[in-house]
Design a protein. Sequence first.
Length: 178
Amino acid sequence: MKTLIATVATAAVVAAFPIAAAAQDMPVQGSASLGYSQGDYDGGADMGTIQGRLGARFGQYLGVEGELGLGVKDDDTYVGALKADNSVKHQAGVYGVGYLPVSPNADLYARVGYGDTKVKTKVAGIPDSDSAQSWNYGVGGQYFFDGKNGVRADYTRHEFLHGDDKADVASVAYVHKF
């Protein structure tokens, strides 16, 4: 599975170069969003982040976006009888995005990319933190009320590179086109 994800992500990046080179012939539209993401991480922790994204769309169907999330909702899990306090310190990612316009104000989209998540855990008062890189992929939709301002919602799976850990992340956000 990880090999398939890596192959798809590499193909998306390679395909993006000619698109970016031809962008002078395509309308380029920027977007920014601010929202909340709730992640269900392996090990049982459910943690949340405030997340911002910046994107560029090349024509109707292809784009790129970057995201940065800061942890705002911690969760407790148990390691045997010991309580573990878990929190996301930050999360960042870069994605290639494919859009499917379904109306003048609505799109469905799929995205694939690479990310980094830093998680802090404290067990029996002893802190530990770890950064983990991941291949990420997901789907979502967005709707614009007035052509510039709208909402977006998506689901993204994070497949961490070391071990079999993963996270399922659902996001909802305000989005603005510029």
